[in-house]
Design a protein around this ligand. Structure first.
Ligand SMILES: NC(=O)c1ccc[n+]([C@@H]2O[C@H](COP(=O)([O-])OP(=O)(O)OC[C@H]3O[C@@H](n4cnc5c(N)ncnc54)[C@H](OP(=O)(O)O)[C@@H]3O)[C@@H](O)[C@H]2O)c1
Length: 319
């Protein structure tokens, strides 16, 4: 798909002359990399989260957001203050496990719509919603349906909003590749999701952050409204585990485990203080999670996606 991808010297500015990009979820796995990538482009960044100082940005290299603000996406008054004066807003807030009032519908649909509408009313020029490949408003899974509906309500509240759908993101501090790499070292048998046939296209978190930063900084202009960001190679889950084991010289026997069993395990795991398996992960593993051929992605934004080999090597040496 041909896209207009043009570089301009200066990112766009609001009428007031401000050029702040506000990143909701700016301390998270993806969000903090978006912040760093924007800072690399000399963009003023406001990182927003409920615990803004939980992540310590690197002050030595000057890679620290201009502002670190406390706000809860569920609290309309706090989001109004957080987006004020922004030229662009990115929503990189996550919710993987429902707890009390924090439901998928509340965070990924209602609050996303609220943030988009508040941004529109504040004169924000660009809104980027982080969603996920496979999002589907008709899905039977509460999580996947909320992600799909979230996209719809954001587009309705903020015409021209851009949706970025990453596939499973990997990086040195991820919970995906690092978990597989650790388990293949310690387990003689490795339990697969079902037969392990689900196809995945893991993507480097930095590559997704770079894509979001290119869009939000105003340095690229595009008419596309959805980007699916995925890595260079498609693996079945079985192939992925086998490949990691081979690269780490681990001998492992792969054993299929029915999805129904995973669901029971995930339901129990969600009661633990530190959740390492969630029902939404199991739901996502039921369907292939690869980028659509007819939607733009990293390549159209001028980003060459990196494979996972270097990362696996690095984790292997650290283990
Ligand atoms: N990780 C993946 O592999 C993956 C794959 C596809 C799509 N995605 C999507 O990418 C986005 C970012 O995911 P992530 O893995 O980077 O998430 P994450 O590491 O869990 O970070 C979430 C961020 O949101 C903030 N946050 C959570 N609840 C909030 C609230 N109520 N109000 C304000 N801030 C809040 C968190 O900080 P506080 O807790 O301090 O508020 C944190 O900064 C999500 O939409 C996720 O679904 C992730």
């Amino acid at each position: 798909m041909a896209l207009e991808s043009k570089m301009t010297n200066q990112p766009g500015r609001t009428e007031a002359g401000e050029n702040i990009v506000t990143v909701f979820g700016g301390t998270g796995f993806l969000g903090r990399r978006i912040v760093t990538s924007l800072l690399d482009r000399a963009v003023d960044v406001r990182a927003v989260s409920r615990h803004p100082h939980k992540h310590k940005f690197d002050n030595v290299s000057g890679k620290r957001p201009s502002q670190q603000i406390e706000a809860d996406i569920l609290d309309s008054s706090s989001i109004a203050a957080a987006v004020a004066g922004s030229r662009a807003v990115v929503n990189a807030v996550s919710l993987y496990v429902e707890r009390g009032k924090q439901t998928f519908e509340r965070v990924h649909v209602e609050a996303a719509a609220d943030l988009a509408a508040t941004s529109r009313d504040a004169g924000v020029e660009m809104f980027v919603q982080i969603s996920g490949i496979g999002s589907d408003p008709m899905s039977r899974s509460n999580y996947i349906r909320a992600r799909g509906r979230g996209e719809e309500v954001v587009k309705a509240a903020f015409p021209g909003a851009v949706i970025v759908r990453p596939s499973v993101m990997v990086g040195p501090d991820d919970t995906f590749i690092t978990t597989i790499a650790r388990l293949v070292h310690i387990l003689p048998i490795y339990p697969l999701f079902g037969e392990g046939g689900t196809r995945l296209q893991p993507v480097y978190v930095e590559d997704v952050a770079e894509a979001v930063s290119r869009l939000a900084s105003g340095q690229y202009s595009t008419d596309a409204s959805i980007f699916e960001c995925a890595g260079p190679r498609i693996y079945s889950y079985r192939e992925l585990v086998q490949e990691i084991a081979t690269q780490l010289n681990a001998r492992i026997r792969l054993v299929p485990v029915p999805f129904a069993v995973w669901r029971i395990l995930a339901t129990a795991a969600e009661f633990l203080p530190v959740v390492s398996l969630t029902r939404n992960q199991v739901d996502l593993m039921l369907r292939d999670n690869v980028a659509a051929n007819d939607l733009p992605g990293l390549e159209e934004l001028g980003i060459q996606s990196r494979g996972i080999e270097e990362l696996v090597d690095m984790i292997g040496h650290a283990a």
